[in-house]
Design a protein around this ligand. Structure first.
Ligand SMILES: *Cc1c(COP(=O)(O)O)cnc(C)c1O
Length: 392
């Protein structure tokens, strides 16, 4: 019915369910359960439930379903399942796709918790091959007859490598495997993952979708068969469902997602350009800059450079800490996608559990600072970053 709506229209209207009161805003149904008019109705609902029939909030809830319907409409997938966090989404998607003896190919440059889930799967007899995912040909070389999943972050955390979704999909599909894309850094606004061949798309809603750093959440998107089949079955029985309260926060976040993410990306590009060639920096890493190794791919795949950039300070950890401590507008914190600008030092925080060798292999140097650009005024952000570089 609303398929020809553009994203911004869908972001505020899609999926809304109104009660008999005809409320304007999305209602918060803060209820774990639902009353059945009779025992016969309860019995029938446990056999099969209709679109407006719910059983228990761990299985589904009207507010949560509004969030799921809006997400699948903007991503262009058949269905979606909302989860308690981004990691519940990653864990749920992988656990419902593989069993002992299966093989996963994954990019080695990934968020620490994603690598941990792969480590756990290894303990249960799933074979995991980590590759340099930024080299497109590596996917085709790594897949085998028992490969069930190719898994990667479309833009990696924190190094901002851009992975070629189309190349990974071609390799995966040649052996009947599914492509699982963690799209947190791209955000739904810069995602073309479905048209590039991704089968399953994951977001940490905690990031850009909330946009205010308030609530944890995640979502898995894919075909109706997968989402309402193995994925829902696994997540609903193992407790990873999203709270209705968080779904209500996420629905509010979605309304302004396009406006925020585009403003954040414009700020990221402006700050990246302002720091380019700065004497204190070994590198400015931003996929929107022409010197980024996957710049052309980023433009094809996202149409933009994204909302994050990394600055690699020549002076190592000491310079990075001096830089972080000198900033006044940009806060030191480890969330991303927030309307407030945030900077973090991956070596000592998000990626501290890796060994020095593992960090070096994926480009996390002691001087690396990851910045998630907010929606503040561009000139204030540039002044903050350049002033702090002088102080570092
Ligand atoms: C933050 C993040 C996650 C985990 O999301 P949570 O909501 O914190 O559980 C997964 N993948 C990537 C790339 C992330 O940045």
């Amino acid at each position: 019915m609303t398929e020809d709506w553009k994203t911004r229209t869908k972001l505020v209207h899609e999926g809304i369910r109104r009660s008999q009161y005809g409320e304007m805003a999305e209602a918060l149904f803060l209820t774990q359960g639902f009353v059945y008019p009779s025992a016969e109705v309860a019995e029938a609902r446990f056999i099969s439930s209709g679109p407006d029939e719910f059983i228990y909030a761990r299985y589904g809830n009207p507010t949560t379903r509004m969030f799921e319907d809006r997400m699948s409409a903007i991503e262009g997938t058949e269905d979606a399942f909302a989860t308690a966090s981004g990691m519940a989404a990653v864990n749920g998607a992988l656990m419902s796709l593989v069993k002992s003896g299966d093989h996963i190919v994954a990019a080695r440059q990934m968020f620490g918790s994603c690598l941990h889930v792969l480590k756990v799967l290894g303990q249960f007899g799933v074979e995991v091959t980590l590759i340099d995912g930024a080299q497109p040909e590596n996917w085709a070389q790594a897949v085998k007859p028992n490969t069930k999943v190719c898994f990667f972050e479309s833009v990696s955390n924190p190094g901002l490598e851009v992975i070629d979704i189309e190349a990974a999909a071609k390799a995966a599909h040649s052996v009947g495997a599914k492509v699982v894309v963690d799209n947190a850094f791209a955000s739904p606004i810069f995602s073309r993952a479905v048209s590039l061949g991704a089968d399953i798309i994951i977001y940490s809603a905690t990031k850009h979708i909330d946009g205010g750093g308030r609530a944890l959440g995640g979502v898995v998107l894919g075909t109706h068969e997968f989402i309402r089949g193995p994925l829902e079955t696994y997540v609903k029985h193992t407790g990873g469902a999203m709270s209705p309260f968080h779904a209500w926060i996420m629905l509010n976040g979605l309304g302004t997602l396009d406006l925020r993410v585009r403003a954040q990306a414009a700020n990221a590009e402006a700050v990246a350009k302002a720091t380019l060639g700065h004497p204190k920096l070994a590198r400015t890493i931003y996929p929107g800059l022409e010197d980024h190794p996957q710049h052309a791919l980023a433009m094809k795949q996202m149409g933009a450079g994204g909302t994050l950039l990394c600055l690699d300070l020549k002076g190592g950890k000491e310079a990075a800490f001096g830089f972080l401590d000198a900033m006044k507008v940009i806060s030191i914190s480890n969330n991303l996608g927030d309307a407030k600008s945030i900077a973090t030092h991956p070596t000592t925080t998000t990626h501290k559990n890796l060994t020095d060798e593992e960090r070096a292999l994926i480009g996390i140097t002691p001087g690396l600072v990851r910045i998630s650009m907010g929606i503040e005024d561009k000139d204030d952000l540039i002044a903050d970053v350049l002033g702090a570089l002088d102080a570092a």
